[in-house]
Design a protein around this ligand. Structure first.
Ligand code: NDP
Length: 282
C-alpha cells in the first residue's frame, strides 16, 4: 500500500511558516499585497479567486481584487497591469485565466512586471527557469517539487514521465524535474504507446484532466504517482486523473485528490508573494 502524500498537511505547514515571514515583513512596515485581475463572469474562476483571497487572509497577505467586465478592451487591460506594475504597495500581480477570447493573454502576461509575476508566466521568468536561474516558478509545478522534497523523494537519475504539456503545468514541470536531475519524458495526446512510457517510469506525474486515466496496469511496482488532474464525476465528486483505489495498491507514494496537489498550488502562490515582497524591498 502506498504512502499518501498529504498535500493538505504540507500546505498548512508551509502557510504557518509563511505567516511568520509575513509578520516579520509587517514589523518592518512592509505589507505584502497581491493584486488579482478577474475578467468576466466565469464561475470556476470566481471560486479560484475566492480561495486565493482566503489563503491570503490566512497568511496575512493583503488582497486586492480587480473585477473587469468581459467586454473590456486589450488597452484597458494592459493599462491596468501597467498601473499595478508601478504601484509600490503591490508586490504580486495575478491575471486569472481564462480571459475572454478577444483579449491577448500572452501580451497581458508579458506586461506583468517580472519582479511581480507571482504566477511565473512572464516569458522572462519562464526563460530563467529554463536556464536554471532563480525565478518565480509557476505554482503547481513548484508545489509538486515541494512534495518531493518533504517526502525525501530523490529525483536524481530517476525515470520520470509527465503526461500533459500545458504551459502552466506540464512544460514548467519538465524544467523543475530536470533541475533535480531526473531523466524526463513528456507525453501528450499525440504520444504513441503511452503505457510504455508510464510502465518504465519510477515517477509518473499526470496532468491531463481525465478521470481514472492512469490505471494500475500502466505503472510499475513501487512507482511514485503524482496526480495533478481535477475532474468532477457525474455524481459531483472531485477526482484526479488516477484510478486511486487500484493504483494505491501498487505505488510506493501517491497524492490524493482532493487534498494533494491542489492545496499546494495556492500555497506556492502565497510563497511567491512573500518572496516578491522581500525582493522588492531589499
Ligand atoms: P490543458 O487542458 O491545458 O492540457 C492538458 C494536456 O493533457 C495537454 O497537453 C494534452 O495534450 C494532454 N492530454 C489530453 N488528453 C490526453 C490523452 N488522452 N493522453 C495524453 N495526453 C493527453 O490542462 P492543464 O494543464 O491546465 O490541466 C490539466 C489538469 O490539471 C486539469 O484537470 C486541471 O484541472 C488540473 N489542474 C490542477 C491544478 C491543481 O492545482 N491541482 C492546477 C492546474 C491544473 P495535447 O497538448 O497534445 O493537447
Amino acid at each position: 500500500m502506498a504512502t499518501i502524500i498529504d498535500g493538505k498537511a504540507l500546505a498548512q505547514k508551509i502557510r504557518s511558516n509563511l505567516k511568520i515571514e509575513c509578520d516579520e515583513l509587517k514589523s518592518r512596515g512592509i505589507l505584502p499585497k497581491l493584486a488579482v485581475i478577474l475578467v468576466g463572469n466565469d464561475s470556476a474562476s470566481k471560486i479560484y479567486v475566492r480561495n486565493k483571497n482566503r489563503a491570503c487572509e490566512e497568511v496575512g497577505i493583503e488582497f486586492e481584487e480587480y473585477i473587469l467586465n468581459s467586454d473590456i478592451t486589450q488597452d484597458e487591460l494592459i493599462n491596468l497591469i501597467n498601473s499595478l506594475n508601478s504601484k509600490k504597495d503591490v508586490h504580486g500581480i495575478l491575471l486569472q485565466s481564462p480571459i475572454p477570447n478577444h483579449l491577448d493573454i500572452n501580451q497581458a502576461f508579458r506586461t506583468i512586471a517580472p519582479d511581480k509575476d507571482v504566477d511565473g508566466f512572464n516569458p522572462l521568468n519562464v526563460g530563467k527557469l529554463t536556464l536554471g536561474q532563480d525565478t518565480f516558478v509557476s505554482c503547481t509545478p513548484y508545489g509538486v517539487i515541494k512534495m518531493f522534497e518533504e517526502y525525501n523523494i530523490d529525483l536524481s537519475g530517476k525515470n520520470l514521465t509527465i503526461i500533459g504539456r500545458s504551459n502552466i503545468v506540464g512544460k514548467p514541470l519538465i524544467q523543475c524535474c530536470l533541475n533535480k536531475n531526473a531523466t524526463v519524458t513528456i507525453c501528450h495526446s499525440k504520444t504513441k504507446d503511452l503505457k510504455e512510457h508510464t510502465k518504465n517510469a519510477d515517477i509518473v506525474i499526470c496532468a491531463i484532466g481525465k478521470a481514472k486515466f492512469i490505471t494500475e496496469d500502466m505503472i510499475k511496482e513501487g512507482a511514485v504517482i503524482i496526480d495533478v488532474g481535477i475532474n468532477r464525476t457525474e455524481e459531483g465528486k472531485l477526482v484526479g486523473d488516477v484510478d486511486f483505489q487500484n493504483v494505491e495498491k501498487k505505488a510506493s507514494y501517491i497524492t490524493p485528490v482532493p487534498g494533494g496537489v491542489g492545496p499546494m498550488t495556492i500555497t506556492m502562490l502565497m510563497n511567491n508573494v512573500i518572496k516578491a515582497a522581500k525582493q522588492l524591498n531589499m
